[in-house]
Design a protein around this ligand. Structure first.
Ligand SMILES: Nc1ncnc2c1ncn2[C@@H]1O[C@H](COP(=O)(O)O)[C@@H](OP(=O)(O)O)[C@H]1O
Ligand SMILES: [Mg+2]
Length: 269
């Protein structure tokens, strides 16, 4: 264990929700320190991904040694200690979500995701937004604010919004709110900054697992864009589209998406 990595208090170790938040916070602090110590750009992006991944892997090896881990970074190379296909408990982590925005200080729209999948379902999750100094987690569910905007606001990717969202916004008389990071977009719905997040065209389980766990605990609607359930720890970790929205918007959004079929070229612009 590297020097300076704190140990969690015993009560955190006994609570998956709190442990998810503690791990995400701990990685978030390392990412903030690194961002203060390096010039922005590609090197920072790579250094951040690696530092956060390695720290999280150390934390899980030490404090959750019986569990498997599925990480964006792990997935690319080295083998995990446990086989996630047979494990009862799998931590699904994204060490930096919104890596592009992380490497562009002082942007705040990047996050650390830590989710726990257990016996077929998301059981806990935390999304830390280090630059905002806030962590959203299951266990003490965030309270969804009352809607304030007269027109619905739909969070979309800042760098690669799916082409069909323009038509969706027109159909719903909604505004688009571009920002980085899948986690930040889901949490923008949780915080009442937006009312929905719609994505298609490509993404992986780690991009949405923790945010979806938090969104569900706050009472938001979550599904694929055809209305089918989101499933995690699947053999193929590609999970290319999702919808997270206030419950009252689920029917109008899904109606629009099913009556305006999206072809593959339209999914990403
Ligand atoms: N078409 C696509 N294919 C694969 N991953 C995608 C994608 N569009 C978005 N993502 C991933 O989803 C996350 C949020 O993207 P965005 O900020 O554009 O909304 C990013 O995760 P990472 O930053 O962890 O790589 C990004 O890589
Ligand atoms: Mg990601």
């Amino acid at each position: 264990m590297r020097r300076g990595v704190p140990s969690p208090p015993p009560e955190v170790l006994r609570d998956d929700h709190r442990f998810a938040a503690w791990a995400a916070d701990t990685a978030g602090r390392v990412l903030l320190d690194l961002r203060d110590s390096m010039p922005s750009g590609r090197e920072l992006k790579d250094a951040g991904d690696l530092a956060s991944h390695e720290l999280l892997m150390e934390l899980f090896a030490r404090y959750a040694p019986e569990d498997a881990v599925l990480s964006e970074e792990e997935h690319r190379g080295t083998a995990g200690r446990h086989d996630r296909h047979t494990a009862r408990r799998v931590w699904i982590i994204d060490p930096v979500d919104g890596t592009r925005e992380y490497s562009e200080p002082p942007r705040e729209d990047w996050a650390v995701h830590v989710a726990l999948w257990q016996d077929g379902e998301l059981a806990a999750g935390a999304v830390c937004q280090p630059a905002l100094g806030r962590t959203f987690r299951t266990g003490t569910a965030p309270v969804l604010p009352e809607p304030t905007a007269t027109r619905p606001r739909i969070a979309v990717s800042r760098s690669r919004p799916p082409a069909f969202v323009e038509g969706l916004a027109a159909g719903l008389d909604a505004d688009l709110a571009p920002m980085g990071s899948a986690g930040v977009k889901v949490i923008s719905v949780v915080r009442g900054i937006t009312d929905a997040y719609v994505h298609a065209g490509g993404q992986y389980e780690w991009d949405s697992a923790a945010p979806v766990a938090v969104a569900r605990s706050a009472g938001l609607f979550t599904s694929r864009i055809d209305g089918t359930p989101l499933a995690y720890n699947q053999p193929d970790v590609l999970l290319p589209d999702l919808l997270v929205c206030r419950p009252e918007l689920a029917a109008p959004i899904l109606d629009h998406l099913t009556t305006h079929p999206i072809d593959n070229e339209e999914k990403s612009s």
